[in-house]
Design a protein around this ligand. Structure first.
Ligand SMILES: O=C(O)[C@H](O)COP(=O)(O)O
Ligand SMILES: [Mn+2]
Ligand SMILES: [Mn+2]
Length: 559
């Protein structure tokens, strides 16, 4: 369609008025599951969300939030914030990073691209470093992709390889790090048999080392830098299996929070610091938790922490993590080209927009919502507010997080009369759910419900409309289950706590005094997913969605 004026102009909706204030609330990690003791949303006191559910089927329904409905490789893939918010904002389903990397690897195209050629220039004299999340969670990275890349890189000439691992325990069960390291060590041993000098060089838990996001705590990235680049860490081991096992035992840290460590040789020297002339690939496909490291690796001017040494390397991301910043400059696989998002259309069509969350989710309702684009479409029409998150804590300690502050900002924006769309992400169910602390997650869910109430009250006052939904499940199921759905017990008879997201659908509720009485959910889109929400919201602003958007979920009955 291009960017001509005609191209951006949306058609008027034949029945729905313009100018209403529409609150769009994304409850992060809030899925729908059967009620039981591990469903924290069920256990929590959530009168507001419960009352919305009474609107079924006309004003409350479920939408799909995982797998192919959000562009992931298969329906065994749980949803996540990136793909969820991409779908919500873009209104279409894009093949996402996980899938794009799969096909680039299986076709071998990854080795023909500019990015690989660039890192290959260092293979003769330098080391290839691979940094990323060692996990099969499929949210930020996948172990099988790393395995394939290791094999492919060595076949394409890499002679010395160092892997810098980040242990997970967030998108996968806690304790699985040991098995992943064993698998990787097997692969590296096979490479060594073929004459490739391949080793694990450093590591640490993802939440403690490297994978911070939205600049919440640069100390996390610095700890990684010290280990990966400088070869310095508080813990030194001769091998990574021992490192992970001992650190879990002795420091009592879980996989997410393992302290940084380096692997040393018989003389106590780090086996793989990053040096001038080396190549580095960050093998996560997802952007949010790699952007900060990418900046540290790429930017000549950098003042976020003292890098001590800034090696002259050839660096490529698995994907380009930020299209606006063109960061990193080199990448192995092109990211999905998400364009013409609902946010851009609405702003063009005069819809004044306010978006808010706290730091740890701020980019979700802005960057991800806008198709992985940072910044405003039109600064005069939009205001994005970030409330600083607490840093240096696990969120089970503060399960209320900043939900009420976010709701207050939303309330003020709604009452100000300045905005037509007020969009927020409430992080609690997800961020606290990831800690695996059930009691705290119950408090988190109650707080998110209180925040929704505050927003609905404001909508009531301005005769507006609300759209309440979620990006994927998490807090509604906190236990690992077998195929029959029964909790899996460990050898001591304890349930295995599920810290990850789920495959569950999420609720979608609409209402408010500004919604015409005849508006209800259609019955002919039973498999609707998050991508159908954009057209629905456009309708509620009084516009028809573009033809290629996934269909709206509402219809207007003549009364
Ligand atoms: O990055 C994280 O915190 C988890 O891996 C995924 O959670 P999110 O998709 O809700 O951000
Ligand atoms: Mn999320
Ligand atoms: Mn999450």
């Amino acid at each position: 369609m291009g960017s001509s004026e005609m191209g951006w102009k949306l058609k008027d909706h034949p029945k729905l008025p313009k100018g209403k204030v529409v609150a769009v609330v994304v409850l992060d990690g809030w899925g729908e599951a059967s009620p039981n003791q591990y469903n924290c949303i069920h256990v929590a006191d959530t009168p507001t969300m419960d009352s919305l559910k009474k609107g079924v089927p006309k004003r409350w329904r479920l939408v799909r939030a995982h797998g192919t409905a959000v562009g992931l490789p298969s329906d065994d893939d749980m949803g996540n914030s990136e793909v969820g918010h991409n779908a919500l904002g873009a209104g279409r389903i894009y093949a996402q990073g996980a899938k794009l990397v799969d096909s680039a690897l299986s076709s071998g195209k990854i080795y023909e691209g500019e990015g690989f050629k660039y890192i290959k220039e260092c293979f003769e004299d330098g080391t290839l470093h691979l940094i990323g999340l060692l996990s099969d969670g499929g949210v930020h990275s996948r172990l099988d992709q790393l395995q394939s890349l290791l094999k492919g890189a060595s076949e394409h000439g890499a002679k010395r390889i160092r892997v810098h691992i980040l242990t997970d325990g967030r998108d996968v069960l806690d304790g699985t790090s040991v098995g992943f390291v064993e698998t990787l060590e097997d692969d590296l041993a096979k490479l060594r048999e073929k004459g490739v000098d391949a080793k694990i060089a450093s590591g640490g838990g993802r939440m403690n080392v490297t994978m911070d996001r939205y600049e919440n705590d640069w100390g996390v990235v610095k700890r990684g830098w010290d280990a990966q680049v400088l070869g310095e860490a508080p813990y030194k081991f001769r091998n990574a299996i021992e490192a992970v096992k001992k650190l879990r035992e002795e420091t009592k840290a879980n996989d997410q929070y393992l302290p940084p460590f380096v692997i040393v040789d018989e003389n106590g020297m780090a086996v793989g610091p990053i040096l001038d002339g080396d190549a580095v690939v960050t093998f996560n496909f997802r952007a949010d938790r790699m952007v900060m490291l990418a900046k540290a690796l790429e930017y000549e001017d950098f003042d976020k922490f003292d890098r001590v040494r800034f090696p002259k390397i050839h660096y490529a991301g698995m994907l380009q993590y930020d299209g606006e910043l063109k960061l990193p400059r080199y990448y192995l696989v092109s990211p999905p080209e998400i364009e013409r998002t609902s946010g851009e259309y609405l702003v063009y069509n005069g819809v004044r927009t306010f978006a808010c969350s706290e730091t740890v989710k701020f980019g979700h309702v802005t960057f991800f919502w806008n198709g992985n684009r940072s910044g405003y479409f039109n600064q005069e029409m939009e205001e994005y507010v970030e409330i600083p998150s607490d840093s240096g804590i696990t969120f089970n300690v503060q399960p209320k997080m900043k939900a009420l502050e976010i709701a207050e900002k939303a309330r003020d924006a709604i009452l100000s009369g300045k905005f037509h769309q007020v969009r927020v992400n409430l992080p609690n169910g997800d961020m606290v759910g990831h800690t695996g602390d059930i009691e705290a997650t119950v408090v988190a869910c109650k707080t998110a419900d209180d925040a929704v109430k505050m927003i609905l009250d404001a909508i009531e006052q301005v005769s507006g409309i609300y759209v309440i939904t979620a990006d994927h499940g998490n807090a509604e199921d906190m236990v690992k289950r077998d195929k029959k759905g029964e909790p899996i017990l460990d050898k001591n008879g304890n349930v295995q706590i599920l810290t990850s997201h789920t495959l569950q659908p999420v609720p979608l509720a609409i209402g408010g005094p500004g919604l015409l009485p005849g508006v209800k959910f259609r019955k002919d889109v039973p498999d609707g997913g998050l991508a159908n929400v954009a057209a629905t919201v456009m309708n509620l602003h009084g516009f028809e969605a573009p033809n290629d958007y996934e269909p709206t979920l509402i219809e207007v009955a003549d009364n």
